[in-house]
Design a protein around this ligand. Structure first.
Ligand SMILES: C[S@@+](CC[C@H](N)C(=O)[O-])C[C@H]1O[C@@H](n2cnc3c(N)ncnc32)[C@H](O)[C@@H]1O
Length: 315
């Protein structure tokens, strides 16, 4: 699926890969029991789990190790970002989504994983005859998902009554114990999806290098702690703890909001033998290589000059 360097305990480091090849994807795998089930059912397929929760990622990692599973990798990113930036069009055979948050309040509907915009992105990545399988206990969410899928005019839609599966996820067990009915729906891709007139999916641009900039003066990270800067209208940096790692290496915890996506990483400063410094993103941060990260490092390399001139771009 990807080279060894890009992996830490089966987790793909987005900084070290440009594209991910996967036949079957599970979005929001929670405890990972369904991912393990998929790996056994489809032994010859490459399975990719996508999760935002670090705790879930650790649970899956332990299961993969314990059961010596060879065909599963996972990535810790919001599904939309992983699909948008790392998957090729027309490459995926199946996408499983089990019991996603139904976001029942009307004002939260655009957060649902099955908006037409999100389904459009998933449909683009599916091969023809590939499918999305969605399980939910929430009938409003099911109806919403079907209506959104119909807008794209590319799917054949099937409701599956009581699918026979030999595993149940944590949430499936929970809802069954409460006597709830479970709905399973399959959206099978028959053609390319209709283009949507507007989309709020972040337009993040990937680049294929990580910025490393030489600066001549020391940059005292401790002076940045707790500060927020608006670099551009859609690029905001916020700094947290700063510390010295070794004698001549410094780190600062950084949140960078690029469009709707939040990067979290350590910015790194190292003294060079010739008394200059190099500024970059720390090697052990799992950050996506994007235009925003490049702009951030360039901006930070100039911050002293900028502050001398303006001293007013604090938020
Ligand atoms: C209600 S739980 C269901 C977990 C599991 N599928 C199950 O059936 O037990 C929803 C899961 O989706 C994950 N999640 C939420 N938003 C996500 C996103 N944008 N991308 C990937 N995973 C997400 C959450 O961290 C959580 O583990």
């Amino acid at each position: 699926m990807t080279n060894e360097n890009a992996l830490i305990n089966f987790q793909i480091n987005p900084k070290r890969v440009d594209k991910i090849k996967a036949d079957i994807i599970e979005i929001g795998f929670g405890n990972g029991e369904y991912t393990v089930y998929l790996s056994k059912k489809f032994k010859d397929k490459k399975i990719l789990g996508i999760e935002i929760s670090g705790e879930s990622a650790n649970k899956l990692s332990k299961k993969i190790k314990k059961e010596n599973i060879k065909n599963v990798l996972y990535i810790k990113l919001p599904a939309i970002i992983a699909f948008e930036l790392f998957l090729e069009d027309n490459s995926v055979e199946a996408i499983f989504i089990n019991f996603p948050d139904p976001w029942p309040k009307k004002r939260h509907q655009e957060r649902r994983i099955t908006t037409a915009e999100h389904l459009f992105l998933f449909a683009k990545k599916l091969k023809k005859e590939g499918f999305i399988q969605l399980k939910t206990d929430h009938s409003d969410f099911l109806d919403f998902s079907i209506q959104e899928a119909e807008k794209l005019k590319c799917f054949e839609i099937f409701l599956i009554e009581n699918p026979k599966e030999s595993t149940q996820t944590k949430y499936e067990k929970k809802w069954l114990e409460q006597g709830k009915k479970i709905f399973t729906v399959r959206f099978i891709k028959k053609s390319e999806p209709n283009e949507l007139t507007s989309t709020s999916i972040p337009k993040i641009k990937k680049v294929n290098y990580m910025p490393k900039l030489k600066i001549n003066e020391f940059l005292d990270f401790s002076e940045l702690e707790g500060k927020t800067f608006k670099i551009e209208p859609n690029l905001v940096a916020k700094f947290f703890r700063a510390f010295q790692r070794k004698n001549e290496e410094w780190l600062i915890e950084t949140l960078l909001v690029e469009d709707n996506y939040t990067h979290y990483f350590f910015t790194y400063l190292k003294k060079l033998p010739n008394d200059s410094f190099v500024l970059s993103v720390s090697n052990f941060s799992e950050v996506i290589k994007t235009e925003g990260v490049v702009k951030f490092i360039k901006w930070l390399s100039n911050i002293k000059e900028k502050n001398k001139e303006e001293n007013k771009n604090y938020l």
